[in-house]
Design a protein around this ligand. Sequence first.
Ligand SMILES: N[C@@H](CCC(=O)N[C@@H](CS)C(=O)NCC(=O)O)C(=O)O
Ligand SMILES: [Fe+2]
Length: 307
Amino acid sequence: MNELEIELRYAIETHCHADHVTAAWLLRKQTGCKIAASAASEIQGLDLSLAHTDKVAFGQFSLEVFATPGHTDGCISLFLPDPSMVFTGDCLLIRGCGRADFQSGSAAQLYRSITEQLFSLPDQTTLCPGHDYDGRTASTIGEEKRLNPRIGGCANETDLVEFLEKMQLPHPKKIDIAVPANLKLGKPDDEPQAPEWAPVTTTYPGILEIPPQWVAANLNRVHVLDVRTQVETDEEPARVDSAQRIPLDELRERMDEIPRDKPVMNLCRSGRRSVMAFNILRNEGFTEVANVKGGLLAWYAEGLPII
Ligand SMILES: N[C@@H](CCC(=O)N[C@@H](CS)C(=O)NCC(=O)O)C(=O)O
Ligand SMILES: [Fe+2]
């Protein structure tokens, strides 16, 4: 999210899930977003309790809350009018629907939520369900009205109620872990600790990154590894004080020369090739290693000291 400069405003739970543990608590810890769900979900520790017809604004958009009970009695769906999209949680799924045989579910209520509320949205509305067990991500309201095998076509309430009763699905494999965890927002029992050796952040591909300003201010605590080529350093001899130089193409052979008593901060011209050095060092068992974000170009741009 940092990379894409996206600010996460809300993590909205459509209901208290029964088959996987929500990431809401970790997302809030990481980003400061607010966690929302319906009051009827009985989830504890919410920043925002939502009710039918509430609106959740973000940027130029606003999500409208629909109470769509049936799978659980706290289920909500979220409707975005333009572009027309609806996030249905486990109420209406792609060619399926939520089951109604646990967590105060009711098949009759589910029928009403789908037919009276979701099916009253425009046919072209994109439907994004909470899960899809076959990897599909979107459908439309019109498609599900026609083709949903449980509630599409001419299905009436009895058809759906009978269908759900007769399915006899096994309980979700993780229900005994997921429901209690989700009632407390997915807060882990053992909280993951931020690394103490440096204020690193993790990029989307899993690279630990460190701002050049922090490295410059903590040079005595870290080992800077400059992996530029010999030609580059001949042409541009300026370097970070105390930096060790090992060109990237010699790194694997010269691993023994890198001290292991301090965190290693990899540096190159632009911060691209030093990512490769990060991966090489990680494979060699270095745990406290990071990539200096933006490399020497960022170092110069920040006016940080060089020799
Ligand atoms: N195979 C899944 C099934 C989970 C399941 O039952 N999911 C619920 C949503 S929490 C459901 O409504 N499923 C509808 C269906 O499978 O048709 C698991 O064990 O985790
Ligand atoms: Fe669910």
